[in-house]
Write a protein that binds this ligand. Sequence first.
Ligand SMILES: [Zn+2]
Length: 217
Amino acid sequence: MRKELSHTRAHTLDLPKEPEQLSEVSRETSRALQKQSKAVDAARKILELTGEDLGREGLKDTPQRFAKAYQSLLGGYSLTPAEAVGKGVFASEGNGLVSVEDVEFYSMCEHHLLPFWGKATVAYFPDKKILGLSKIPRIVDIYARRVQVQERITQQVMEAVRDLIAPRAILVRIEAQHLCMMMRGVEKQQSQTMTQAVHGFENLADFERQQLIRLMK
Ligand SMILES: [Zn+2]
């Protein structure tokens, strides 16, 4: 008994001291690995249902590739807009229109888990702050890389920019094509879906409003 106790104590002493942060990181790693192995299982099940031979060469690593691809396609959950923007908020030196147009994005429709993709335009009239230009595509990606509907991404991007820099007015416009409409259902190949979210229009002078209206198309 005593021998065992001293053995345990010696063993404990031999362990390297782990800072709490490190163990938090390893907990996160193990959660991520668990998630990944569940995704691999799920992909295998979907493939099995097709009647395919999962042992054949081309499919051997497909479940793993699927899990990895989806991890990146749906990677938008891990960041908040404030984290993505970091120190990219600056004092405004003017109050004229700032517009970042045709930001490409890829997303996943929440009804069919099929991709939709397109371009986002974000335009705002600053008050006291502006955003680093590269931050706008990052904000779009945070929301696009989730299971989504186009209307919600549009609204969320508008709200994120509004909350980060409180501009006098903002317009977000998204144009996209949906694979679930192209490949199944109505099978419309050329149709574009357009969504817009506007905030603070009433704060603008007439000539400024005209500038935003021109971007709405
Ligand atoms: Zn859909």
